[in-house]
Design a protein. Structure first.
Length: 165
């Protein structure tokens, strides 16, 4: 079966992540905090395409997003780990499709990503004020949007692979 990385439109959809990160609509925020668009894109990609592709997509997405931010914290380790983990989950057992499962995985992913930011900041001697509030709000808004965003991407990408595969 051909992977998602061989379909140009699927790969190009990754460019929507930095655009949404920079231009996130205000009505999609919770207390001024937008969802983790990287988690919302990486979750269905890894579930459909497997652990190796998920880790590579996490690496590419992390490099792309790290280029947008100033500072010494990086998203790379968390996104690579999440891509690999979700890819393994997608390869084992029945396909993950239920809204609750997608929301739970997105919330956990957002917590891992935010937790890695807090941990890296802690090692550098910087603990952001309100960091836990930001972490909780981003995990909540990401989990609420995951059933909508991830289920559409999962359905589309699975249809694409089954039609061409």
């Amino acid at each position: 079966m051909a992977g998602l990385h061989r379909h140009g439109l699927c790969v190009a959809s990754a460019l929507s992540v930095p655009a949404l990160t920079l231009l996130s609509p205000g009505w999609l925020s919770l207390d001024g905090i937008s969802p983790s668009w990287a988690v919302l894109w990486l979750l269905p990609w890894a579930l459909v395409d497997g652990p190796w592709s998920g880790a590579c997509a996490g690496l590419a997405l992390g490099l792309l997003l790290d280029g947008l931010h100033v500072g010494h914290v990086t998203q790379l380790p968390a996104l690579v780990l999440l891509g690999w983990w979700w890819g393994r989950l997608g390869r084992r057992g029945s396909p993950i499709e239920r809204s609750f499962n997608l929301g739970l995985l997105a919330a956990l992913g957002s917590l891992v990503l935010g937790g890695s930011f807090l941990l890296q900041g802690r090692f550098q001697g910087v603990l952001p004020e309100g960091g836990l509030q930001l972490l909780a709000a981003q995990a909540l808004i990401t989990a609420l949007l995951a059933p909508l965003v991830c289920s559409v991407l999962l359905l589309r990408w699975r249809q694409l692979l089954s039609a061409r595969g």
